[in-house]
Write a protein that binds this ligand. Structure first.
Ligand code: 5GP
Ligand code: ZN
Length: 114
């Protein structure tokens, strides 16, 4: 756990969150400021600052995060489609430095993002 990391604190249950899925390595919870009818954050319990800092030893959890996002999309009824995205670094618009995948769905999403 990284000191002062808000998502590590959610993992540790020190900060409440609307958790929708949890296993040994992954936590998924609803974004506090949803940008779509379904907006879930899927994160590794391990503190990885961003995709840039992921290592080969994180390969299993990276795969598991994407599979969890797809399973959640199915569970949330996003049969018409959805988007899974991770913002990385300043230009990527990353605000929270703990790796997370946004699962967005429930409306038609535009492309490209701003
Ligand atoms: P980023 O911009 O880093 O890709 O996305 C961070 C996301 O985390 C934002 O969509 C923001 O609304 C969400 N977020 C920030 N703090 C909290 C929090 O304390 N709880 C929850 N559930 N989401 C948060
Ligand atoms: Zn963290």
């Amino acid at each position: 756990m990284a000191q002062d990391c808000i998502f590590c604190k959610i993992v540790a249950k020190e900060i409440p969150a609307d958790i929708v899925m949890e296993d040994e390595h992954i936590l998924a919870f609803r974004d506090i400021h949803p940008e779509a009818p379904t907006h879930i954050l899927v994160i590794p319990k391990k503190h990885i600052p961003s995709l840039s800092q992921a290592e080969l030893t994180d390969m299993d959890v990276l795969g598991a995060l994407q599979l969890a996002a797809a399973k959640l999309a199915e569970e949330q009824g996003l049969a018409r489609g959805y988007r899974v995205v991770t913002n990385c670094g300043d230009d990527g618009g990353q605000a929270v430095p703990h790796l997370h995948y946004h699962l967005l769905g429930g409306r038609s999403l535009t492309w490209p993002p701003g």
